[in-house]
Design a protein around this ligand. Structure first.
Ligand code: SF4
Length: 379
C-alpha cells in the first residue's frame, strides 16, 4: 500500500507497518532493521516508478536505505516531495558531468590511518563508521559510505587515536562517518573518554543526521554518553528542510540541548528541496526553535551523479542576498563552497563598493547607499 503522507507531520506507523506496536516503532534498532532497501520495497511504500526500480536493481545506484519513520514523512510517488527527493534513488544519478568527482573534497590523499583524515593543520576528521541510518542521494562520501572499503575495528581506532595523541597541533576532532550516533552508547562513551584524556585537544565535534532519520535513537543513555566532560562536545545536525523537524525530532534535540550539548545546524542547498527563500528561512527558524543554531549552508558538492540535485552558485548567493538583513542574523548560516584544495570558502552577498583610506561605502541589504568612516581621524 502506498503511503499518502496523511501522517506526514508526525511520523507514525502506516501502510505495511500500520499494525506495528509503539514499542517497536519507537525502537531505533527496529527502525534500522526494517529499512526500505530493495526496489520492491521502494515501489510498494514510496511509489518508485519502473525505470527507477530498474536503475536500483542494476546495482549502479549508491546505497539505498530509508527508515520507516523517515518514509512516513515522505509523499509516495511524488518526485517533488522535498524529503523523498533526498533519499529515494533517481535514474538521473547515472548521469555524470565532467566536473563531478568521486572525492570532491580531496580527502583521500590526506588519510593518515583507517578512518583518519588530517587535511588541515589543527583538526582531524575521524570516520568511525561507514553506516548511516538512511542514505542521502547527494552524499559527499558516497565513494566510501556503506562500501566496506576499510575495516574500522578497535585496532584501527587505536592507530587513529595514537596518531591524534602524538600530534600536538591537533586542537579538535570531528567525529563523522557514516553516522557516529549509530555506535552503541557505551562505545561512544569510551571513545569520548579517551579523547578527553588527550591534553592538547580543546573540543570535539560530532556530525550526525540521526535526529532527522531516526530520532528515537536519542535516548537517556546516549545523552549521558555525550555529556560534556573536560572537552565540550558540539553536535552538528544535518537538516535540509523544516518538515524534517517533526515533534519527535524536536523532542530528541531537546534532550541533547537540556544536557548542555551545543547544537549546530548544517544544511545542503538542494534543487527541489530547499532552493527557495521561504523554505530556507522556515528551516532556519525551525532549527532555532529546536535550539539548533544554523551554522553552515553548504553548496551541494560536485559528487558524481548529483547534478539533478544541485543549484548554481549564483542561485545560492541570490538566496543569501534575500536572507541577510531580512531576518535575524542568528537565523542565517554561512553559505560555503568546499574546495578540493583550498577548503571551505564562505560566500556572502557584496555590500561594499568602495574602500579607501578615509571612507568605506556601498549598498545596504535593502538597496540603500551607505558610507562609514574608515580612518580614526578623517580630515
Ligand atoms: S547521513 Fe551523511 S554520511 Fe550518511 S549518506 Fe547522508 S550525507 Fe552521507
Amino acid at each position: 500500500m502506498l503511503h499518502d503522507a496523511t501522517n506526514a507531520a508526525i511520523g507514525r506507523p502506516f501502510g505495511r507497518w500500520a499494525q506495528v506496536a509503539d514499542h517497536d516503532w519507537l525502537d531505533w534498532r527496529w527502525q534500522l532493521r526494517n529499512r526500505l532497501t530493495s526496489p520492491a520495497d521502494l515501489a510498494e511504500v514510496l511509489g518508485l516508478d519502473a525505470a527507477d526500480q530498474q536503475f536500483v536493481a542494476s546495482g549502479a545506484a549508491f546505497e539505498v536505505g530509508i527508515t520507516p519513520y523517515f518514509a512516513s514523512l515522505c509523499r509516495a510517488g511524488d518526485p517533488l516531495c522535498p524529503l523523498r527527493r533526498q533519499v529515494v534513488p533517481d535514474r538521473a544519478e547515472a548521469v555524470s558531468r565532467t566536473f563531478e568527482r568521486q572525492d570532491p573534497l580531496g580527502e583521500d590523499p590526506h588519510r593518515r590511518a583507517p578512518g583518519l583524515v588530517h587535511k588541515y593543520p589543527d583538526r582531524v576528521l575521524l570516520l568511525i563508521t561507514d553506516r548511516c541510518a538512511a542514505y542521502c542521494r547527494y552524499c559527499t562520501r558516497a565513494r566510501w559510505v556503506a562500501g566496506d572499503l576499510e575495516r574500522l575495528g578497535e585496532d584501527e581506532l587505536n592507530v587513529a587515536i595514537d596518531y591524534i595523541a602524538r600530534t600536538p597541533q591537533i586542537r579538535d576532532v570531528l567525529i563523522s562517518g557514516g553516522d557516529p550516533l549509530l555506535w552503541s552508547s557505551a562505545r561512544l562513551r569510551r571513545l569520548l573518554d579517551r579523547l578527553d584524556g588527550i591534553a592538547h585537544l580543546r573540543w570535539v565535534r560530532i556530525g550526525t543526521r540521526v535526529p532527522v532519520f531516526v530520532p528515537m535513537r536519542i535516548d537517556a543513555e546516549l545523552v549521558e554518553a555525550l555529556r560534556p566532560r573536560r572537552l565540550p562536545v558540539y553536535l552538528n545536525v544535518h537538516c535540509n528542510h523544516h518538515a524534517e523537524l517533526t515533534p519527535q525530532a524536536v523532542a530528541a534535540l531537546g534532550l541533547l540541548a537540556d544536557a548542555g550539548i551545543p547544537l549546530g545546524g548544517q544544511s545542503v542547498l538542494l534543487r527541489g528541496v530547499n532552493d527557495d527563500i521561504t523554505t530556507l528561512r522556515e528551516t532556519w527558524y525551525a532549527m532555532l526553535g529546536a535550539r539548533v543554531r544554523p551554522y553552515y549552508l553548504f553548496h551541494c558538492d560536485p559528487i558524481t551523479g548529483s547534478s539533478h540535485l544541485r543549484t548554481s552558485v549564483s542561485e545560492g548567493l541570490e538566496l543569501m542576498r534575500q536572507a541577510v538583513g531580512f531576518t535575524s542574523g542568528m537565523a542565517v548560516p554561512k553559505y560555503c563552497i568546499d574546495l578540493e584544495g583550498a577548503g571551505k570558502i564562505p560566500l556572502w552577498p557584496e555590500y561594499v563598493q568602495q574602500f579607501d583610506r578615509e571612507w568605506i561605502s556601498g549598498i545596504s541589504y535593502a538597496g540603500e547607499p551607505w558610507r562609514y568612516v574608515n580612518r580614526l581621524d578623517p580630515p
